[in-house]
Design a protein around this ligand. Sequence first.
Ligand code: MN
Ligand code: MN
Ligand code: MN
Length: 291
Amino acid sequence: MLVDLHMHSTASDGVLAPADLMARAAASGVGLVSLTDHDCVDGLAEAQVAAGQLGMDWVSGVELSAQWQGHTVHVLGYGFDQQAPVLLDALAAMRDGRWQRAEQIAARLAVKRMPGALEGAVAMQQASGGDADSPPGRPHFADWMVQAGYVRDRTEAFRKWLGAGKLGDIKQHWPELPAAVQQLRDAEGVAVLAHPWHYGLTRSKLRRLLRDFAEAGGRAIEVSNGKQAPEHVAVLARLSLEFGFLASCGSDFHHPDAPWMALGAMTPLPDSCAPLWADERFARAVVMHRQ
Ligand code: MN
Ligand code: MN
Ligand code: MN
């Protein structure tokens, strides 16, 4: 069975609406699916209904931003209670933080004679299918800058204004890693460390992250993510065994124009791994729709 437990819809920074995303996953042969928008569960209801109609097994999902030793890391949560106040409160606080960041970016651009950036970015966000109260991100500011004629393309927008170390690169304060894991556990969910390879950590620092994640109550790591190289998948598979983690996988799909991130198309988990979905507690949270 093809499993894809990591993807984004218009509820965060993906370009497909949740139902369209589910249809695409089903067409790609995915049998167990989870929608994991950034710090947001607004797309889950629509995705769950669509997955049911399409005959895919489904589990609730989210990708939380967290802080660990000065790095931003991502924690995937699965099988949580979607109404749990602890989770909804945490997500609301993060959304407020994103709005504040968007306002700060706009204020800084206004000083550089680019007024109206917030309204412009919000319009871009909505034009790409986002809903009215979700805060715009840097890609939306970039698209607005292109449209307003301040830059030629997105790349230039990031290189001059929005990328790392530039004026629009405003750090947001995310919850510390143990707090993020605890929020998921308090909501009856399972915490999985997303794409451990992508944080650019040295091998010893990566091991420290895995140890801290295990101590915080993390259950699994994402051994295979998107276009990640097979040799990196193999390293993470070995680390999952060493630290006693279950293993997960997902495409991290955001939009259809990136063929290397097709739904369900990541490197399969090595046979040595203990797949997350074989775990009894995780399996109990899965809503079965397959015939
Ligand atoms: Mn994203
Ligand atoms: Mn991520
Ligand atoms: Mn992601």
